[in-house]
Design a protein around this ligand. Structure first.
Ligand SMILES: [Zn+2]
Length: 376
């Protein structure tokens, strides 16, 4: 019910902004209005995270030194999405013409960056972006520090010629996050751009009637001119969880992991399933354990191509691991002491957990620090 009342509050605010904006435009005083809601988040990010429900508040306060949100990649965006402008062609045109407008450019699956000596800049002016090639789709991402931000999507065919240029670097978003190749504030909007532009690339035809669809609402909808259906960008929920019993928890290894890395179990939530049901089913399918209590921990957008990782802890009632080899190659129990060695890269056999950019790292870390309290 809390979510529902939050939503209602947000709608009220949006309506109010719309009123102010219409009044201002009618009086000719502004081209478009800049909202200020995000400023509070910049001043006190930890409070903003707690309010947003990104981390359960008692855990966030207990381990404030971990500063989870800034270190976890793709989440914690400073972009004000300003969704009330999406349907406003005049405001969108004004923002496109704004001197402060900048573009994040995605070519195929890769981000395009400008080389600046040893550093890399992901922001292109409208002129610079246009010079890279005709964008297949352009999306209004929102406002950052009151400046309009757009995402421009280039076809995969543009990748090879752009890669050949000395003044550019084309790189995937995992590497950008792991190696901190761009300033941290750019990683969430790059993820936003990649996810929504990827959705446009894969949804050119109406699933109802097969007609070619058209981008609408500043890039946050595709409309079918034939059957009039409206299609919205989607994100796919993935549950990622740590099954725990007393001082121990279960980690697994996928064949695609680096040789020494162990992580949480994970899988897509299916239609008709709650998060809790998806957690219990995935744990049972992958390692044969039965779980009871499930507690939400935090979430992370994961733009490969467009998932939302929903992090949970689960109470394991059974002990015997039965591995589904089609999903994972190994799984076993780890106690908190061994996990601590893995997190701190001091394990005698070199075993590791995923890096801090991944939510799995923080789910495991919370168990190391708080033990069974994560299920409280
Ligand atoms: Zn249609």
């Amino acid at each position: 019910m809390a979510g529902r009342s939050d939503g209602a509050t947000h709608l009220d605010r949006t309506d109010r902004r719309g009123f102010y904006r219409r009044a201002a435009i009618a009086s000719g005083s502004i081209a478009y209005e800049v909202p200020h809601r995000r400023r509070a988040a910049r001043v006190a990010p930890s409070i903003a995270v707690a309010r947003s429900g990104g981390v359960r508040q008692h855990l966030a306060s207990a381990r404030h030194h971990l500063s989870l949100e800034p270190r976890q990649a793709y989440a914690g965006s400073r972009i004000e999405r300003a969704a009330f402008y999406r349907g406003d062609d005049a405001a969108l045109a004004a923002m496109t013409a704004d001197d402060r407008a900048r573009y994040y450019v995605i070519a195929g699956e890769l981000a395009v960056l400008k080389k600046r000596g040893e550093a890399f800049d992901p922001l292109f002016s409208p002129t610079e972006a246009a010079a890279l090639g005709a964008a297949r789709d352009t999306v209004f991402l929102g406002l950052m520090d009151e400046a309009p931000r757009f995402g421009a999507g280039l076809d995969a065919e543009a990748v090879a010629p752009l890669k050949a240029r000395d003044d550019l670097k084309l790189i995937d978003l995992r590497t950008i996050a792991v190696q901190a190749i761009v300033a941290a504030e750019h990683v969430p909007p790059l993820a936003e751009a990649k996810s929504v532009l990827g959705w446009h690339a894969r949804h050119r035809f109406c699933p109802n009637c097969g007609a070619v669809t058209a981008l609408a609402q500043g890039g946050w909808r595709r409309d079918c001119p034939s059957c009039k259906a409206e299609h919205f960008p989607r994100t796919d929920p993935v549950v990622i969880m740590l099954a725990i019993a007393g001082e121990r928890c279960v980690l697994g290894r996928s064949p695609r992991f680096p040789q020494t890395m162990w992580s949480c179990l994970a899988g897509f939530a299916e239609p008709g399933e709650s998060i809790e049901e998806a957690v219990r089913r995935e744990v049972h399918e992958e390692v044969g354990l039965t779980c009871a209590r499930v507690r939400y921990f935090a979430s992370q957008p994961w733009p490969f191509p467009s998932s939302l990782m929903i992090g949970c802890h689960a109470e394991a009632l059974t002990d015997k691991i039965v591995i589904d080899r089609s999903e994972i190659e190994e799984a076993r129990w780890f106690d908190r002491d061994e996990l601590k060695l893995m997190l701190t890269r001091k394990h005698p056999h070199g075993l590791t957990t995923p890096p801090p950019i991944a939510i799995a790292h923080h789910i495991i870390r919370a168990f190391v620090e708080h033990g069974g309290d994560v299920l409280a």
